[in-house]
Write a protein that binds this ligand. Structure first.
Ligand code: ZN
Length: 644
C-alpha cells in the first residue's frame, strides 16, 4: 500500500475478490483497473479469452458494475499484422482497410465496414483470439459524417490521456463513502419557469452532479439571461463529480464547454449520438456567433476539451458516476439520442427521474418515451407545452402532403424551414414515403444546411431509431434520402434552385433567423404560387414568428442593406410535428410512469404553461393519490428532497 493513501476499503476489496473468483485461471489474469465507470480486467491469454466471450457480461450481472475484459498490450499483434488478419477473418463484412484505427491505450480497433453485423459473434471472438484486439465496428454510411470522423480522430489521438483520465476518475468514483447519513438537494440553476438554459445541480453529502448546462441563444446579448445562474469561480468545479447531458439541443448542452474553460476536468456523460450531435450544434453556434460579431465565452478549444472528457453510455445501462450515485439513461423520444435520466442515490436512499425534453407519443423517427423505472421518488418533468394541445401527427403529415400537392400543381416552390436535428429528418421521411406511395408526384427535394450532417449521424446509429426506420437502414436503404432528394453543398446557386419548378426546399434555420432558409425565403416571398410551411416552434422576436403572426411586409437585411419584402406566398403552420409532449401527453405520462413518484417538479416551460399543467395535475384524483407535492420552482430555488 502506498503511503499517505487510505487503506483500500472493505467494499472495494470484497468487490475485487468476487471479480477474481469469476475469472478462469487459464485466462492468466494480469491486473484489474478502475477506468472511469468501468472495471477493466486485463488478461494475457487471448485464445482462452475468446472462449469466454460472455464472461464480462456474467461478471457485470454478479457485481452490478460495468465490466470490460482486455488483453494486455504485450499480447496483442502489431497493428499492421492485426490489420491483415482482421480482413482475412471477416471477408463478408466489407471492411474499408484504410479506415482501420488502432487505439493502443484501450486495445481497441475501430473498423468501418459495409456490413458491420459480420464483425460480431464468432468473428469477433476469432479476431480477439488471433490478434488480441477488440473490434469496435462502425457502419460505412451512404452519407458520411465529417463530424463523426473529426470526433473519432480527436478522441483516438488523445487515447493515452484518456486512459489516464479514466483511471483517475475510476479511483474517484470508487472512493470510500465517508458519511453514510445523507440528504439529496436539487438546485434550479436555469430553465425553471422559462425555456432556454437548462441546468440542475443535484447534491448529496458525498457528491455533486450537474444535469444539463444549456445556453439561451435567443438572449445571447444578455449574460444574465443567456447562461445558467451560477458563479463558476465559486462553484469549485473540482468538487463536481459528473455532468450529465440529456440531449444535444443547445438549451441543454450548449454551455458545457464553458465548464472546461473554467478548469473542470471531470466527465460529461452522454449517449453516443448526443456526443456527435453536440459537437455539430456547438461548433455551429461558435461559427454563427463569430460571424455575427457577437460574443461567446468559449471557443473550439474548449469544445475539443469537452469531447475528450465525454463518456458515452447506451440506453438502459446502469453506470456508477459517483460513490453514491448510479445513472441510467432511457429513450426520451425527443430527438436522436435524447435521454430521460434516472439517478439512483445511495444504497436505496432516493431515486430521481429527470425527463429532459421528451415526447410521450411515437413519432416517425423514435419510439415514445420510457415509463418503467426500478424506483422513482421524485419526477422532474418538462412542461413546454403544458398549456397546448397539438394536432395529431397523422393529420399533420397529411396536411403537409396536401400543401405540397397544391404547390406542385401551381408549379411553385414549397419552402420548409427546419432545425437541423429531428423535425428535418421527419419531414424528409414523410415526403419520401409520399412520393414512394405515389401520393405526391416525383419533384426534386432540395436539402441545404446542417441538416445533412445531422442526417448522416442518424444513419450511423440505427439502433437508436424506431424499429421500422432501423430495419430499413440495416437492409441498406437510406429512408431519409429518396431518389428525389438533392443535397446542396457549398455555393450552388440558390436563384437557380428556386427556378427548378415545381420543387420542395428544406433548409435551416427553422425560425428564419439565419441560415440558407432566409435566402430562399427572400427569393420566393413575392410569388403567390409558392408556400412557406413552418413545422416547428417560432420563438418571439424571430422573423419566422412575425410572419406566422400575419406580417405581410417585413424588413430584411441583404448585404448590409435593409430591404422590405412584400410577402405574397402562402404561409402555413403545422404544429403536429413537435418533439415535445403536449398537455394530454404530459398528464398521461405522469399517470403511466411506474412506480409512482411522490414529488413532481415542473420545469422547462413558460410560467403560464407550467401553471396550466400544475392545475390539471392537482385536479386529477388519480395523480393526487400518489403525488403529494407538486412544485414549480424558480431559478436559484433549492429543494431538499429527502425531507418530508
Ligand atoms: Zn430539446
Amino acid at each position: 500500500m502506498e503511503s499517505g493513501r487510505p487503506q483500500l476499503d472493505k467494499n472495494k476489496l470484497s468487490l475485487l475478490k468476487s471479480i477474481v473468483e469469476e475469472i478462469p485461471p487459464e485466462l492468466e489474469l494480469a491486473s484489474i483497473e478502475f477506468e472511469g465507470p468501468f472495471i477493466t480486467i486485463y488478461v494475457r491469454n487471448r485464445k482462452a479469452l475468446a472462449e469466454h466471450m460472455t464472461l464480462a457480461q456474467n461478471i457485470a450481472k454478479k457485481v452490478r458494475k460495468r465490466i470490460i475484459i482486455r488483453v494486455t498490450s504485450d499480447m496483442r499483434l502489431k497493428p499492421h499484422e492485426a490489420k491483415a488478419k482482421i480482413i482475412e477473418l471477416a471477408p463478408e463484412a466489407g471492411i474499408d482497410p484504410n479506415s482501420m484505427f488502432f487505439d493502443e491505450a484501450l486495445g481497441e480497433v475501430w473498423v468501418k465496414a459495409l456490413r458491420p453485423g459480420y464483425l460480431g459473434g464468432k468473428v469477433r471472438a476469432a479476431i480477439l483470439a488471433e490478434t488480441g484486439w477488440r473490434v469496435v465496428a462502425q457502419r460505412i454510411s451512404p452519407l458520411e459524417s465529417k463530424t463523426l470522423r473529426e470526433v473519432t480522430n480527436l478522441i483516438l489521438k488523445q487515447a493515452s490521456y484518456r486512459l489516464e483520465f479514466l483511471r483517475k476518475l475510476g479511483e474517484r468514483i470508487h472512493r470510500d463513502v465517508v458519511v453514510k447519513n445523507n440528504y439529496v438537494r436539487v438546485t434550479a440553476l436555469g430553465g425553471f419557469k422559462e425555456v432556454g438554459r437548462s441546468a440542475i445541480l443535484v447534491e448529496t453529502r458525498e457528491s455533486k452532479v450537474l444535469l444539463d448546462f444549456g445556453i439561451n441563444i435567443g438572449a445571447l446579448g444578455d449574460p444574465n439571461k443567456a447562461y445558467p445562474i451560477v458563479d463558476l469561480d465559486s462553484l469549485r468545479l473540482d468538487e463536481l463529480d459528473a455532468v450529465i447531458v440529456t440531449h444535444a439541443h443547445l438549451d441543454h448542452a450548449g454551455l458545457v464547454p464553458l465548464l472546461y474553460k473554467y478548469g473542470y476536468r471531470g466527465p460529461t456523460y452522454v449517449t453516443e449520438p448526443t456526443r456527435e450531435l453536440m459537437a455539430i450544434m456547438i461548433k455551429d453556434l461558435i461559427d454563427v456567433v463569430r460571424r455575427s460579431g457577437r460574443y461567446l465565452p468559449f471557443s473550439e478549444k474548449d469544445l475539443a476539451t469537452t469531447l475528450i472528457h465525454t463518456i458515452t453510455i447506451s440506453y438502459d445501462e446502469v453506470t456508477d458516476v459517483a460513490p453514491d450515485i448510479k445513472v441510467t439513461m432511457y429513450n426520451a423520444g425527443h430527438i436522436l439520442g435524447s435521454a430521460i435520466v434516472h439517478l439512483h442515490i445511495g444504497p436505496g436512499l432516493y431515486n430521481i427521474v429527470y425527463t429532459g425534453d421528451f415526447k410521450y407519443a411515437d413519432t416517425r423517427l423514435l419510439p415514445k418515451s420510457h415509463t418503467v423505472f426500478p424506483r422513482v421518488e421524485a419526477l422532474i418533468m418538462e412542461g413546454t407545452y403544458g398549456a397546448t394541445l397539438q394536432e395529431e401527427r397523422q393529420k399533420a403529415e397529411q396536411r403537409l402532403v396536401e400543401i405540397a400537392n397544391r404547390v406542385v400543381e401551381r408549379k411553385g416552390v414549397m419552402l420548409i424551414p427546419v432545425f437541423s436535428v429531428g423535425r428535418g429528418q421527419e419531414v424528409l421521411l414523410v415526403l419520401n414515403e409520399a412520393i414512394k406511395e405515389k401520393k405526391l408526384p416525383e419533384v426534386p427535394i432540395y436539402v441545404e444546411g446542417l441538416i445533412n450532417e445531422v442526417t448522416a449521424i442518424h444513419l450511423q446509429y440505427p439502433e437508436y431509431l424506431n424499429k421500422r426506420i432501423r430495419d430499413l437502414i440495416l437492409e441498406g436503404e437510406n429512408p431519409f434520402i429518396g431518389d428525389s432528394v438533392r443535397l446542396i453543398e457549398g455555393e450552388m446557386a440558390r436563384p437557380d434552385i428556386v427556378e427548378d419548378r415545381p420543387c420542395i426546399i428544406i433548409a435551416t434555420n427553422g425560425m428564419l433567423n439565419g441560415g440558407p432558409a432566409v435566402d430562399y425565403f427572400r427569393l420566393i416571398a413575392s410569388d403567390p404560387r409558392s408556400a412557406l410551411v413552418f413545422v416547428g416552434y417560432q420563438a418571439e422576436g424571430t422573423l419566422g414568428r412575425r410572419i406566422k403572426d400575419g406580417a405581410r411586409e417585413v424588413p430584411i437585411v441583404v448585404e448590409g442593406k435593409v430591404e422590405v419584402l412584400n410577402i405574397q406566398l402562402e404561409v402555413h403552420s403545422i404544429e403536429g410535428f413537435s418533439g415535445h409532449s403536449d398537455q394530454r401527453e404530459l398528464i398521461s405520462y405522469v399517470k403511466s410512469i411506474s412506480p409512482k413518484p411522490k414529488k413532481i417538479i415542473l420545469n422547462h416551460g413558460e410560467p403560464n404553461a407550467l401553471q396550466a399543467l400544475y392545475t390539471l395535475l392537482k385536479s386529477s384524483k388519480e395523480i393526487r393519490q400518489f403525488a403529494t407535492s407538486i412544485y414549480i420552482p424558480s431559478n436559484l430555488d433549492s429543494l431538499n428532497l429527502t425531507s418530508q
